[in-house]
Design a protein around this ligand. Structure first.
Ligand SMILES: NC(=O)c1ccc[n+]([C@@H]2O[C@H](COP(=O)([O-])OP(=O)(O)OC[C@H]3O[C@@H](n4cnc5c(N)ncnc54)[C@H](OP(=O)(O)O)[C@@H]3O)[C@@H](O)[C@H]2O)c1
Length: 302
């Protein structure tokens, strides 16, 4: 089934635009677009560039990822006010709005109904993945249906603005598995995360009684008879060798290392510029003949 992908540029502090809701990359905007970043967009995501930019750069490539783009009315109107009624003529373009009664362009479909229902309908149809361009408000409304995040993380902080999922998103923690990343020399990162099953790590079964949870670390803490998570005391200055990817482990406010139910795939991930590091299940959660893909550096393919 095709995926719903939120492919979005974000600041380090989690904002997709300034508080004024204007185009931060437009003329007079505060969001720089480094050359290597743009080159990567053109090479990997040509279909995500607006029609006028494609034309100016001589891009005709269809792209491999998306054939449909979903846009919130505010974001759409930025292009509209600049005289571009359909910024993505090479994609099926749907704009969500309960106030726009008529589409300014016959190729742009206005959707006034429930975005979730619309996305579920689109997912049943054949085609490439579906791109939510934003903004935050629409992404927040679609949050439960988003299967993948491609975050174009900019080396930029702005203090306040429009958050990744808008101001109205519900509190609903979900976990994501890093499946790809690319580091630009300019400091921007392309991070691709796939949602884990039911918000849990897909390698880990749903919560079970403590004794039946994920395979125990070598230094198993004393078995707890209650349902409270077991804890380890923090060892003074000793190297932390048990802190691996078998279980969620964190240090609480009292300085105790605590075992959290469920599995966390990656607890440490070093990113070297120019290298792609693939992450996968730790060996003890894989089938016996599987190789350890936990931290495997590969030469850059690009
Ligand atoms: N960083 C990036 O990559 C990126 C990408 C895109 C946009 N942006 C920025 O995002 C900002 C705009 O974001 P935003 O959060 O203010 O607005 P937005 O999500 O673009 O648009 C919000 C509008 O979408 C419609 N909508 C939202 N939820 C809906 C629902 N459940 N049902 C029907 N319609 C719904 C509503 O239109 P009606 O009011 O007409 O009902 C709503 O007012 C701009 O600054 C833009 O530059 C950034």
């Amino acid at each position: 089934m095709r995926k719903l992908v939120y492919y979005i540029a974000s600041t380090l502090d989690g904002f997709i635009a300034g508080p004024d809701g204007a185009d931060p990359t437009g003329p007079g905007g505060f969001w720089p677009i480094p050359e290597d970043y743009l080159r990567h967009l053109v090479a990997e995501y040509p279909e995500t560039l607006p029609g006028p930019a494609r034309q100016a750069l001589g891009i005709t490539a269809e792209g491999t990822r998306f054939d449909t783009v979903l846009e919130g009315r505010h974001s759409y109107e930025i292009g509209l006010k600049a005289g571009v009624a359909d910024a993505y003529p090479h994609l099926r373009h749907l704009v969500f709005s309960r106030t726009l009664s008529e589409s300014p362009d016959p190729a742009v479909e206005i959707v006034s109904g429930d975005p979730i229902a619309k996305v579920r309908e689109l997912k049943q149809q054949p085609g490439k993945d579906i791109w939510v361009i934003g903004g935050g408000n629409l992404a927040g409304a679609l949050y439960p249906e988003i299967d993948q995040l491609i975050v174009k993380l900019a080396p930029l902080t702005i203090g306040t603005g429009i958050p990744l999922f808008g101001h109205g998103a519900e509190f609903d923690p979900r976990t994501w598995e890093l499946v790809d990343h690319r580091v630009m020399d300019s400091g921007a990162l392309f991070l691709t995360y796939t949602r884990t099953t039911s918000g849990q790590n897909s390698a880990c079964p749903p919560p079970a009684p403590p004794s039946a949870r994920c395979p125990s670390p070598a230094t198993e803490p004393a078995t707890s008879t209650s349902n409270a998570p077991p804890t380890w005391p923090v060892s003074d200055g000793e190297a932390d060798t048990s802190l691996d990817s078998r279980a969620g482990v964190y240090v609480d406010w009292s300085g105790r290392r605590t075992h959290r139910p469920g599995c966390a795939d990656v607890v440490e991930h070093r990113v070297d510029p120019g290298q792609r590091i693939s992450s996968g299940m730790p060996r003890h959660l894989q089938s016996p003949d599987a190789t350890d893909r936990r931290v495997q550096a590969e030469p850059d393919r690009h």
